[in-house]
Each structure stands twice: as structure tokens, then as C-alpha cells.
Design a protein around this ligand. Structure first.
Ligand SMILES: [Zn+2]
Ligand SMILES: [Zn+2]
Length: 266
């Protein structure tokens, strides 16, 4: 399994996963042109996509889907609530598959497990994807971490977790009080503190890499988020797990389970 971060943040999200000939996009918040450019950097084309999985209807996750589906007949997977909320924006002949939280399904080489997350959207989910050899979980856009989702996070070699904002920066920052309340609410986004707490609970002997995702441009910095995550992996007794930050606007991180492992001496 290989995973790439094509973009991660409120300006647009997209993760690409590949196993054998199966190519899956998780969220598509990028306009078709930007998506096409980033796939081209990997020698790929949108028409090769086996599926696009959408977590919820917010524009930074779904905004690029109508443009993609108008040009390429890629099957769309999302919950009934997300599909209903997005209905007006999707081309009439789009192939839509309804997913149900807690019910796994297959896309080519991937087993996909959607699970519900607390966020202010119609029916938001996050996705756990596995092959016979590797497992990845992408968890962004959640206001808090219910205990019930931790098993999905633990059973992974690659864990992608939202580190949205620093609570103090958000409180001091320029956002309207109403927006601040929305972001900090239990249906908003994860603070560095809450994400680090989650990471401490979710880290197991399995993880090979941790990616920090959906960082706020205004209320966070890569350095602050990374420091919080590194403290968490140290406290959890896994200081050697690589922690990387997904770039907001560019193709940034790549994880390849089949690549030679870095030798860990300590
Ligand atoms: Zn988002
Ligand atoms: Zn959202």
C-alpha cells in the first residue's frame, strides 16, 4: 500500500491510496485542475481513479467532486446524509454508492471501514482502509475523540490525524467569536492538545508513521503541532515513530509499506 497527501487543510483535502491497480481518493477538496496536476506529479491521471470516498459535504472535502465526476466517471462513496446534503452539487449521472458507518465494503484491493465521527455535518465519517499487508486510517474533522473510534486508529501502520488548532492561538486569534466557538466545540475540530491526547491513546506497537493533518493556517503552526505530537509519542513509549506534517497546499507526504524500513537502533 502507498499513501500520498495531495493537500490537507481548510483550503482543500485529498489523500491518495494505492494498492496494486486500485487507486482511491479520500476526499476531493481540490479543483480538477489542481488534482490533475498533483496526480501528474505521480505519473497518474484522474481517469485511473477506482473510487473517491468522501467523509462529509464541507467544501474543503467535497468541493472538487462535481468537477471530477463531470469529466471522469469515478464512483463516489459517501454516507446517505452526505449524499443528500451534496445532491444539488453532483452531476445527475454520477455513480453514487451509499456507505454505512460500521459496515465494511470492498474497493478492489482495499477493505474500507467507515466509522462515524463527531463533526457539524449531516452524517460525517472517517475511513480505515486495509489490504492483506497494510492498514491506514485517515481521521480529520472531528470535535472530540469518542472512545469507540480508538480501535480503528490503533489498528494501523499509518495513522493520519487532525491537529487543527492551538487552543490559545484560536482564542487570541482574529476569528469571529461565533466561528471560534464552532471550531472549539465538540462538533468542531481537534485542538493540538486533544489530538495529542488521542495519539497517546491510539499509538500501539503497529504504527510505522504518523501524519498530522488539517492544520489551521491562522491558528496553528507546523512547529507547535509537531511538538505536541512528539511529546505524545514519547509519553506513549514510541519515540521512534516518525511524525510528519501534511502540507496545506501541495503534494507533500508519501508512505510506502513496501519501501525498505529505516533501521531503528533504539
Ligand atoms: Zn475540513
Ligand atoms: Zn468539515
Amino acid at each position: 500500500m502507498q499513501v500520498w497527501s495531495l493537500a490537507s487543510g481548510s483550503a482543500g483535502n485529498a489523500f491518495l491510496l494505492r494498492a496494486d491497480d486500485t487507486l482511491v481518493l479520500v476526499d476531493c477538496g481540490l479543483p480538477l485542475r489542481a488534482l490533475t496536476e498533483r496526480l501528474a506529479q505521480l505519473g497518474l491521471h484522474p481517469r485511473q481513479l477506482s473510487a473517491v470516498l468522501v467523509t462529509h459535504e464541507h467544501t474543503d472535502h467535497l468541493g472538487g467532486v462535481p468537477g471530477l465526476l463531470k469529466r471522469h466517471p469515478v464512483p463516489l462513496y459517501a454516507t446517505g446524509g452526505t449524499l443528500a446534503a451534496a445532491a444539488g452539487r453532483l452531476p445527475p449521472r454520477a455513480t453514487c454508492h451509499q456507505v454505512v458507518a460500521g459496515q465494511p465494503f470492498q474497493i478492489g484491493a482495499f477493505t474500507v471501514r467507515p466509522f462515524a465521527v463527531p463533526h457539524d455535518a449531516a452524517e460525517p465519517v472517517a475511513y480505515h482502509l486495509s489490504t492483506a499487508r497494510a492498514r491506514a486510517c485517515i481521521v480529520t474533522d472531528l470535535g472530540h475523540v469518542p472512545e469507540r473510534i480508538l480501535p480503528y486508529l490503533r489498528e494501523t501502520e499509518l495513522l493520519v490525524l487532525e491537529f487543527n488548532h492551538d487552543a490559545e492561538q484560536l482564542a487570541r486569534g482574529p476569528y469571529h467569536p461565533q466561528l471560534k466557538r464552532r471550531i472549539a466545540s465538540p462538533l468542531g475540530h481537534l485542538s493540538n492538545h486533544d489530538a495529542a491526547h488521542c495519539l497517546m491513546a491510539a499509538i500501539s506497537h503497529n504504527q510505522d508513521a504518523v501524519w498530522l493533518a488539517h492544520l489551521s493556517e491562522v491558528n496553528n503552526s507546523q512547529r507547535t503541532a509537531r511538538a505536541a505530537a512528539l511529546a505524545a509519542v514519547r509519553a506513549a513509549g514510541r519515540p521512534s515513530v516518525p511524525v510528519q506534517v501534511a502540507d496545506r497546499r501541495a503534494l507533500s507526504l508519501h508512505w510506502d509499506l513496501d519501501a525498505p524500513r529505516q533501521l531503528r537502533l533504539f
